[in-house]
Design a binder for this molecule. Structure first.
Ligand SMILES: Cc1cc2nc3c(=O)[nH]c(=O)nc-3n(C[C@H](O)[C@H](O)[C@H](O)COP(=O)(O)OP(=O)(O)OC[C@H]3O[C@@H](n4cnc5c(N)ncnc54)[C@H](O)[C@@H]3O)c2cc1C
Length: 478
């Protein structure tokens, strides 16, 4: 349970709780502040559910100005603040702290302006990822980054974590689709970064704050690109008798220069669980399965599928199945996108998120399975293979402290392996509390010191999202 360690709460803030709540209610109204125990409990954790902590209070602003008022007040009184979207972070990124208020943007969910000619949409940051696509789908457009949590997670969380998804192989992750952001600094000042055009002037602050995990300010509005949906899209399933063959096939596809929209990987334990849950039509007699989607006109899709089949054939596939209609395609994606929920039906799990060069997929996967055996833990692998973005799901019993410890140690070893293989600690889930102590594996002291200077520039008192991203001893220095 090492991850649960948090910064010591400030006893002065805890003593002043009633006064703080009264003042917050004055600022944003009674119905926008949750202070009772049962109400706060709904916010005590995120999707890293093993870890819980009750916040001081929860505030639900509806405008940028309200966010500014809240932060101005908190800054003046040294009150810590955890920004929150939907709380689907799997790294404890939105985990509260006892002496911190949770500032949740879920009521800031409006579309502000859609500009089809410029192919952009401006929204409040608490809008869900799916709602952005829903808002423009009638005109044949969509918002490309598609985390599997997209029906719940907010654009704010996506920006803060630089989220990806199955279809990001072709369209890029959040940072590649973000044009501008309105953000409130801890001082309460409101700044606009970027605009509704590519390549804004000045320093690339937009790049800097994408993936900044609630450490530098609270995002309240954003402009993102919307894309015209392709004429058609079809997934295909390719099964293999070994994990190594599937990994090698992915490496060959990427090396060939063909760019499918998505290449997703599942090993046998993942296939069995997802098929039992979604009845997606996955073959059960294979050790590894690739879901590969291509898009375009009917003839373009067929041509690409032929090329992919030819590449796959040199890696001994045992089954190749092409989706023949929309219903089958939807079932295939439902199975994949519901994978975490499906896994949750059979066990607690700890979802790792590391990146490796695609050429190393086969040997790293083999090693991941060996590491989990050493810790006597089961593992299911399901991930965005085309990006080399691994997601080993380590299965454990959250009621058994020894298993929790083993799962954490096993996860840490897997993430170190990713770095050793030439990859990195996080692909799309961020650092949160889960990986903060591993940051020195990836970054030198000088790198970390420089990143901390950036935080200090935006949040001089280090009040935003306490205890996340940087190792705890660095926070104690502040
Ligand atoms: C079932 C499931 C599937 C998932 N699949 C994917 C996937 O395919 N790809 C992927 O990338 N992730 C995935 N995730 C992880 C998660 O959904 C993403 O990280 C998502 O972007 C978090 O959004 P959220 O609104 O829930 O943010 P939260 O969990 O509430 O917060 C996440 C981080 O953003 C910060 N934050 C929130 N709001 C603001 C704001 N207004 N300003 C500044 N910082 C803010 C928080 O402080 C925190 O650090 C999955 C999670 C689950 C549970």
């Amino acid at each position: 349970m090492a991850l649960l360690q948090q910064l010591a709460p400030d006893p002065q803030i805890l003593k002043r709780r009633d006064r703080i709540i009264r003042q917050l209610k004055r600022l944003v109204g009674r119905t926008a502040v949750i202070s009772d125990e049962y109400g706060r409990r709904a916010f005590e954790t995120d999707a890293l559910t093993t870890y819980k902590c009750m916040p001081l209070a929860v505030v639900l602003p509806e405008t940028t100005e309200e966010v500014s008022d809240i932060l101005t007040y908190c800054n003046e009184h040294d009150i810590r603040v955890v920004a929150r979207g939907a709380g689907t972070s799997v790294t404890g990124g939105a985990l509260p702290q006892e002496d911190a208020i949770v500032l949740c943007v879920s009521r800031m969910n409006k579309v502000i302006e859609t500009d089809y000619d410029s192919r952009t949409i401006r929204v409040q940051s608490g809008i869900t990822n799916t709602a952005i696509t829903n808002a423009v789908a009638k005109e044949g457009f969509f918002y490309a980054p598609d985390p599997s949590s997209q029906i719940a997670c907010t654009l704010a969380g996506n920006i803060a974590m630089n989220s990806g998804g199955a279809h990001c192989l072709k369209y890029g992750v959040t940072t590649n689709n973000l044009l501008g952001v309105r953000m409130v600094l801890m001082s309460g000042e409101i700044i606009d970064i970027g605009g509704n055009y590519l390549d804004a002037p000045g320093y690339d602050f937009l790049g800097l704050l994408t993936g900044s995990e609630g450490q530098v300010g609270v995002i309240t509005e954003a402009t993102v690109r919307i894309l015209k949906a392709a004429e058609g899209a079809r997934p295909m399933l390719i099964g293999f008798s070994t994990v190594e063959d599937a990994g090698a096939c992915v490496a060959s596809i990427i090396a060939s220069g063909i760019l499918p929209v998505a290449i997703e990987f599942m090993d046998k334990p993942a296939i069995e669980v997802c098929e039992a849950h979604a009845h997606a039509g996955y073959p059960l007699d294979v050790e590894a399965l690739l879901i590969i989607e291509v898009e375009g006109s009917g003839s373009e899709i067929e041509e690409l599928q032929e090329k992919l089949k030819n590449i796959a054939k040199s890696h001994d596939p045992t089954v190749i199945k092409v989706s023949t209609d929309d219903e089958m395609s939807a079932a295939i994606w439902l199975g994949r996108k519901g994978a975490f929920g499906a896994m949750g039906r059979i066990s607690d799990f700890y979802c790792m998120d590391g990146v490796i060069p695609v050429s190393r997929l086969s040997d790293v996967l083999t090693r991941v399975i060996e590491i989990c055996k050493t810790y006597e833990l089961r593992v299911a692998n399901i991930f965005h293979a085309g990006d080399g973005n691994l997601h080993p799901l380590i299965l454990f019993d959250a009621n058994d402290p020894d298993e929790v410890d083993r799962a954490e140690q096993c996860g840490a070893e897997i993430l170190k392996l990713c770095v050793e293989a030439g990859g990195c600690l996080t692909g799309e889930h961020g650092v949160g509390i889960e990986k903060r102590e591993l940051m020195p594996v990836q970054f030198s002291d000088t790198d970390l010191a420089q990143q901390m200077r950036v935080k200090t520039l935006f949040d001089p008192k280090w009040l935003l999202n306490p205890g996340k991203v940087f190792p705890l001893d660095k926070w104690h220095l502040k």
